[in-house]
Write a protein that binds this ligand. Structure first.
Ligand SMILES: NC(=O)C1=CN([C@@H]2O[C@H](COP(=O)(O)OP(=O)(O)OC[C@H]3O[C@@H](n4cnc5c(N)ncnc54)[C@H](O)[C@@H]3O)[C@@H](O)[C@H]2O)C=CC1
Ligand SMILES: O=C(O)[C@@H]1CCC=N1
Length: 273
């Protein structure tokens, strides 16, 4: 049971905060959560606002926890893993949310038979509307995947995938919120350009994205079918769509995701040993 587990976060940044908020909203006791974070200001923030224990030493958080969530940047993964120095004993479940870093490289660098589940969440987890994909490392079993699923279900939806699909997930839903934010910003700017106030333009843009996403989700219709229903013959929408396609909108989004997928693969090249 997730809520009977003690959970240690290594790194107390954006994603750790989002996951902790989800756990607390789901009913987990803050006393079961310990965060290791080098930045004193950040430690104070987490302890004061979320009432969790915040410590400086990664080994202290890992040693005190049954589940250890690796929530540091991939670029510091090597030093963090080597610094854990035996504090992640083989009985603990390790969950890594680090982009690009494979379960096998974490297993090899911890060198103690630890079970690992890798996950790719996204920042809407902060408002409990995240999309996470998880996959098991070589030693993690079905119970470990279930526990990880329980964790990420507190902040949104969870898909189980193979590790080979993790780079694609990173490009689509891990980085995806950033594409959506850019789209919202551009839509609002266009409203301002055409005479709307910034507040009105932004509110309309946000609700349009929210509503459109909800319509796709609830109708189950293909987005192209829904797009067709907005597009009156000789009307306004087809003129806008023509402009988007002249700018290679579809192809550009697909190229952008390909770039993120490639970067995720490149990050896998970071040497952990
Ligand atoms: N931000 C996002 O949208 C997503 C991020 N991720 C992954 O989550 C991980 C964390 O990302 P964020 O939370 O966005 O980054 P962040 O920069 O907000 O958080 C990382 C935290 O780790 C701390 N830190 C730095 N060195 C450390 C060390 N040696 N030991 C312990 N803590 C240390 C930093 O002070 C910082 O608070 C990354 O690996 C990223 O790839 C995964 C999915 C989405
Ligand atoms: O930009 C990044 O590397 C992380 C991983 C997915 C979203 N943010």
């Amino acid at each position: 049971m997730l809520f009977d587990t003690t959970i240690g976060f290594i790194g107390g940044g954006n994603m750790a905060e989002a996951l902790i908020k989800g756990l607390l909203a789901g009913g987990m006791s803050p006393g079961r959560i310990i965060v290791a974070e080098p930045a004193a200001g950040r430690r104070a923030f987490l302890a004061e606002t979320l009432k969790v224990k915040a410590v400086e030493e990664n080994t202290a958080a890992a040693a005190a926890s049954q589940m250890v969530v690796l929530a540091v940047k991939p670029q510091v993964a090597a030093s963090v893993l080597s610094g854990l120095d035996g504090s992640v004993s083989a009985d603990k479940l390790v969950i890594s949310i680090m982009a690009g870093i494979s379960t096998i490289s974490i297993e090899e660098s911890l060198q103690n038979g630890t079970r690992i589940v890798r996950a790719m969440p996204n920042t809407p987890a902060l408002v409990l509307s995240g999309a996470t994909a998880i996959c098991a490392g070589r030693r993690a079993d079905a119970a470990d995947l279930d526990l990880a699923r329980e964790l990420f279900l507190t902040v949104g939806t969870v898909a189980t995938i193979t590790e080979r699909q993790m780079d694609a997930v990173t490009g689509v839903s891990g980085s995806g919120p950033a594409y959506a934010f850019s789209f919202i910003e551009a839509l609002a700017d266009a409203g301002v350009k055409n005479g709307l106030s910034r507040d009105t333009a932004l509110a309309l843009a946000v609700q349009t994205l929210l509503g459109a996403a909800k319509l796709v989700q609830e109708s189950g219709d293909h987005p192209a079918v829904l797009r067709d229903r907005v597009t009156s013959p000789g009307g306004t929408t087809i003129s806008a769509l023509h402009t988007l396609e002249n700018g290679r909108f579809h192809g550009l989004i697909m190229d952008a995701v390909d770039a993120a997928v490639k970067r995720s693969r490149d990050l896998a090249g970071i040497k952990l040993l």
